[in-house]
Design a protein around this ligand. Structure first.
Ligand SMILES: [Zn+2]
Length: 295
């Protein structure tokens, strides 16, 4: 008898959970646009399930294939650009829809750092960084945008997923190797480049560094403001940051780095799924969706 009550309770609980998820997906109670943070988080969960995306590892290859397959399922043409830098293999992923006429390029790195050298616990410092917020959150947001952007607004948009961003200062590697190679190997010049990095943390405050294009940020900030998110988008910082937008700036392409650098999990072994907040994903996703529709 006790057992059957237990079974009934379990079924009721399961049913109500399913119902809640269903209602959440259909009505998207957190969101202010078609962007579904639940779906973005599901992309992220899948990627994190492969393990840390260390260049050259099987987990990295699985994540790379997952990004490619998801983009294709969402109707995008995908090009894999591969090579070697400092003895490490790299694979940048570029995607567009219809004719290749990318004027707005949205980017994120997807590799994760080989060593958690910022972990407070020395025992963890040789562990790889899971990269849930750092590399994962921005990738998941772009994948969700690739799913929901209406056909008419996709014709000038491209997505790029950079490799080898995050190995700097380890074994003599430099930072942002993948995006530097991308600029070297691609002739097309987008009008604007928008980089996302570490966008899914708790206590989210997006603050582009001083080396970001002010005009582009102002228009993105206006979208955030329209949606009531202005308190989460700060005025540009006073210091510069070396990130994947820098090779674009160096090439004369206006670029902005949408980054939240205050993350206690940054470059630690604890940058796992628990380090990413659905509501933060929703805010950045809504803002970019709104902004892209105005372009
Ligand atoms: Zn990093």
């Amino acid at each position: 008898m006790e057992k059957s009550i237990h079974t009934v309770l379990k079924s009721v609980l399961l049913l109500s959970t399913c119902l809640l998820v269903f209602v959440a997906i259909i009505f998207n109670p957190f969101g202010r646009t078609s962007f579904q943070s639940f779906q973005a988080f599901s992309y992220l969960t899948k990627m994190q399930g492969f393990g840390p995306r260390i260049p050259g590892s099987t987990a990295h290859e699985n994540a790379q294939n997952y990004i490619i397959n998801t983009l294709r399922q969402n109707g995008w043409t995908v090009e894999l650009q591969s090579g070697q830098m400092s003895g490490l293999p790299y694979h940048n992923i570029l995607a567009w829809k219809g004719k290749k006429q990318i004027s707005i390029l949205l980017g994120s790195h997807y590799d994760s750092r080989m060593k958690a050298d910022h972990d407070k616990d020395e025992d963890f410092q040789d562990f790889p960084v899971p990269g849930s917020n750092d590399g994962g959150s921005s990738t998941a947001v772009l994948l969700e945008l690739s799913r929901i952007l209406p056909e008419k607004s996709t014709k000038n948009i491209g997505f790029v997923f950079f490799d080898l961003e995050d190995q700097g200062d380890l074994n003599g590697y430099e930072w942002i190797l993948g995006s530097r190679e991308f600029i070297k190997n691609n002739r097309f010049r987008p009008e604007k480049m928008i980089l996302l990095d570490m966008v899914g943390g708790y206590n989210q405050t997006i603050q582009p560094p001083s080396n970001s294009d002010e005009e582009i940020y102002e228009s993105i900030f206006n979208s955030a403001k329209n949606l009531g998110y202005e308190n989460f988008f700060l005025t540009q910082g006073t210091g510069g940051i070396l990130d994947d937008h820098v090779p674009f700036l160096d090439a004369g392409i206006p670029s902005v780095d949408l980054i939240d650098i205050i993350d206690p999990g940054w470059h630690t072994a604890h940058d796992d799924l628990e380090n990413v907040n659905l509501i933060s994903l929703q805010r950045i996703g809504d803002t970019l969706y709104d902004w892209l529709l105005c372009q």
